[in-house]
Design a protein around this ligand. Structure first.
Ligand code: NIG
Length: 383
């Protein structure tokens, strides 16, 4: 079965061949994009759907989430809004709620967040472990994440549990826990920050993951100049995420590397940390991604549209830069840049149609639910 999507107002492809087209059409066949071009030259197809001038863009690629998690921390959020600073220590509250949940509840909640993200235009999503902090629960989180997300990241090194000896816990994270989780994961991540893991500990943990065949990610420079960004660059990590507190040297290091700097605008708002210096990173030549960081503690949203609007309105990215960072940038941060983030002939039909004539309306009309319809591998939500 083939489907012709026609009467597209503005089509953003992120490809050199097609760029941005107006009055465009796409043919979807077997979950893939079979043809892209002007609507008046579209080939025949088995079925036809007129989008009546709506914009179409690639589905969002959300490269940083903690979807598999339980509970909510609204009280902590209220305290933050009243001026209390964000602290890594709140993580243990989500750990308690997550450990207490059975597989069914954990899976139901993770699926619900995944579906919420999809309804908002997210067609590729990463999910981290990190709210188990014991072998059994970390493995459970990895299994549940693999059921609902496209890419799983092992974050046993989120914080040291209160009842654990620090050295013993690092040995567990790099030993039995790694062995249990690695078969389900693509990346290993570490929270390199005061209150979590220092640079030397983070290096040891990342190198153990690398030996187990995992790619590298770092939570770095979220609450201060933790050294996480430099470590990520030194080890050739695929991404370093947060990046709120960057020195000029950190920005230069990122610009001279292949490590993607992932910014998390909703988290910056929710934690009241200074926004990551997105404009300076792009101007220096660094590759950036935008992600939601969906988790109950520091950023309880799946809305990539909100993150894109914030990056434009508050972080001085151009609309095109923000859109690129939330699609191709996210794909690059997941090592998926050949299969996600672009609309290309032969590529997956991961598409997002808006109730607006141009993708610019995502920032121009912030907060308005503009998603009209989403397709992942050619399968759609209802309008
Ligand atoms: O990416 N910074 C570390 N980890 C998560 C959330 C932690 C939390 O539960 O507070 C984050 O923000």
């Amino acid at each position: 079965m083939s489907l012709l999507l026609t009467d597209i107002g503005e089509l953003t492809t992120h490809t050199d061949e097609h760029g941005t087209l107006n009055d465009a059409a796409i043919v979807i066949e077997d979950g893939r994009v079979a043809w892209i071009g002007p609507a008046d030259r579209a080939p025949a197809a088995d079925d036809r759907e007129a989008l009546e001038g709506r914009a179409v863009l690639p589905g969002w690629v959300d490269s940083h989430t903690h979807l598999a998690s339980m509970g909510d921390r609204a009280e902590e959020f209220v305290d933050r809004m009243a001026g209390r600073p964000y602290q890594a220590g709140g993580i243990v509250r989500t750990v308690e709620a997550t450990r207490a949940a059975d597989d069914h509840d954990l899976s139901t909640r993770t699926r619900a967040l995944r579906e919420e993200a999809f309804r908002g235009g997210t067609t590729t999503i990463e999910a981290k472990t990190g709210y188990g902090l014991d072998v059994e629960t970390e493995q459970r989180l990895a299994r549940v994440s693999a059921e609902h997300a496209d890419i799983v990241t092992y974050l046993g090194a989120h914080v040291v549990p209160a009842d654990a000896d620090r050295r013993d816990y690092i040995d567990l994270v790099t030993g039995a826990m790694l062995d249990a989780v690695a078969p389900h994961a693509t990346f290993i991540d570490v929270f390199c920050e005061t209150g979590a893991f220092d640079v030397e500990e983070s290096r040891e943990i990342l190198l153990a993951g690398q030996r187990a065949g995992l790619g590298l990610k770092v939570h770095g420079n979220q609450l201060g100049e933790s050294g996480g960004v430099r470590l990520a660059v030194e080890l050739g990590a695929t991404s370093v995420d947060h990046c709120n507190h960057l020195s000029p040297q950190d920005i230069d290091a990122l610009a001279g590397s292949t490590t993607v700097a992932t910014i998390l605008p909703a988290c910056d708002l929710s934690t009241r940390e200074p926004f990551a210096p997105a404009r300076e990173l792009v101007d220096a030549g660094a590759t950036i991604a935008i992600a939601s960081n969906c988790n109950p503690g520091s950023s309880f949203t799946t809305s990539m549209a909100f993150c894109v609007a914030t990056a434009v309105l508050q972080q001085r990215l151009t609309f095109e830069e923000a859109l690129w960072a939330a699609t191709v940038g996210g794909a690059t941060a997941l090592g998926l840049d050949d299969s996600a983030g672009r609309i290309t002939e032969g590529g997956p039909a991961d598409l997002h149609a808006l109730d607006a004539p141009s993708a610019k309306h995502l920032a121009y009309r912030p907060g308005v639910p503009l998603t009209h319809k989403v397709w992942k591998r050619g399968a759609s939500t209802s309008p």
